[in-house]
Design a protein around this ligand. Structure first.
Ligand SMILES: C[S@@+](CC[C@H](N)C(=O)[O-])C[C@H]1O[C@@H](n2cnc3c(N)ncnc32)[C@H](O)[C@@H]1O
Length: 297
């Protein structure tokens, strides 16, 4: 535990102390300290800046120090705060789900653009369907249907604890009435339906590369990370079923890591002949997902 005087400390001094405590364990110690202090005080970052000379109570200072200690031990800040921002919305997270990654926002953008492009404004009511395989916290699927009110979501996860988090988030975003969640393996529980959009961010880290503590990723559930010997175990089982899951003209977006992308692309081409398959880069120029487009009717 870092030293902490009984003399009342200002916001500025507390932030400086927290930044020091996190310097070795975090890539963004100042920002982490601000988020932790904001959490303890129930205040936004702007308030901390505007009130840098305000004093903390002893209890607040102790709570802040305790959280900095936990963070310094490697625990991701999203698990400490219990929430994470994704596509401009707050998602509840626990250590039972993967923390949504900013790269996955690209899948949401593309799925939403695809659904908008297929909207026929002459039709009175057109319901699109979206399937999220390995839905986790619900970040990808819920964000898509939150942007497209005429879309319904089905999500599958083999973790009951993850599904509870997804349900919680769907309710918070007011999309639960357009949502069906299934416990099970890949797309099996969905009963042979086909969808306008299929998204999947299944575990893709090769087992031998799984991170170890204090790497923050090692705090995330193994069943959300472990993709088997070459990282492609789950996609190898999903791809033979994918053609039947896609409506004519439908879109499927499969996220993986840059080193596994070529293998994923080959599997996709092998299993879905006649379907357009493209690797899409993220904003950092790294191969991030495979896009499949079924031929239009
Ligand atoms: C990498 S996480 C992605 C979570 C979420 N889609 C996201 O992007 O934040 C993978 C998720 O797939 C789930 N999963 C792993 N294997 C599965 C399987 N065979 N069938 C269904 N879900 C699976 C895990 O429990 C985990 O929630």
């Amino acid at each position: 535990m870092a030293s902490e005087t009984n003399t009342p400390q200002t916001v500025a001094a507390t932030l400086a102390r927290g930044t020091l405590m996190l310097a070795k364990s975090s890539e963004s110690p100042r920002s982490d300290a601000q988020r932790l202090l904001g959490f303890v005080l129930g205040r936004q970052r702007a308030w901390l800046i505007a009130h840098s000379e305000s004093f903390l109570s002893t209890t607040q200072a102790q709570k802040f120090t305790a959280l900095c200690d936990i963070r310094a031990g490697g625990m991701p800040i999203a698990y400490i705060l219990g929430s994470s921002s994704f596509c401009g919305r707050d998602f509840i997270v626990s250590d039972k789900v993967l923390i949504p990654r900013p790269e996955s926002e690209l899948l949401v953008e593309e799925a939403v653009a695809h659904l908008h492009s297929r909207m026929d404004h002459h039709l009175p009511k057109q319901l699109f369907t979206v399937l999220d395989v390995g839905i986790g916290s619900g970040a990808i699927g819920c964000s898509i249907v939150a942007e497209v009110p005429s879309a319904a979501l089905e999500g599958v996860d083999r973790s009951a604890a993850a599904l509870k988090v997804a349900e919680h988030n769907a309710r918070r975003l007011n999309v639960f009435n357009r949502c069906k969640l299934y416990l099970g393996d890949l797309a099996m529980p969905t009963g042979g339906r086909s969808y306008d959009v299929v998204v999947a961010n299944l575990p893709y880290i090769p087992t031998a590369d799984l991170p170890k503590p204090p790497d923050p990723v090692s705090f995330e559930p193994r069943e959300a990370l472990d993709g088997g010997p070459d990282g492609l175990d789950h996609y190898r089982r999903l791809l033979p079923t994918l053609a039947a899951l896609m409506k004519p003209g439908g879109l499927a977006l499969l996220e993986a890591a840059p080193p596994t992308m070529e293998g994923l692309m080959q599997l996709a081409c092998l299993n879905l002949p006649g379907v357009e398959v493209v690797i899409v880069d993220d904003y950092a120029g790294l191969a991030r997902y495979v896009r499949l487009k079924a031929p239009a009717p």
